[in-house]
Unconditional design. Sequence first.
Length: 176
Amino acid sequence: MKPDCHYLHASFDNPVLAIVQGIDRDVEHGEDLLMLGLGIVMLSSTFAPVAPPTVLLPLVALTFAITAGCAHRNYRRMEHKLFASMTRLETHEIALLRPIAAVFIEVPAASLAASYNPVKNLKRTLKSALGGVLINPLWMPIFYMMGIQITAEKTLMSLNQAIIGVERRLCPSSTV
């Protein structure tokens, strides 16, 4: 079954509000994915008495990689659905959604191959190496994946701020 490729599904009086609600729901889903990864990593210390660090620490890095990858895929899907929905709107409705679209334009979703490539992310790689030298070399992949996770969180926060701004313009009397 192919996922929906836009946010306009039902007959709404205000299609812009329907798009904003849909993208807000997807942003919350992305945040939930990232928090799931963080929660799993926080619980990983309960396995420390039975699992050696050579097993546990790579699993922690893998958890960060999987959840950051899922959040990245969610971000790309949001971008595609937003721009597909905007093609169905009138000019004044598109103008209301420009702050949200601007976030996707200013912070484009890089490919996962570029995100996970240490050579293309030298600053993140150096920070990870420094953390590995200070703590434990097995922590280097964890720090690297945590950097990807933090970048995804910052992107979702900026997108969330744009959504709040659009919601305030659409419904100025209500508190958002």
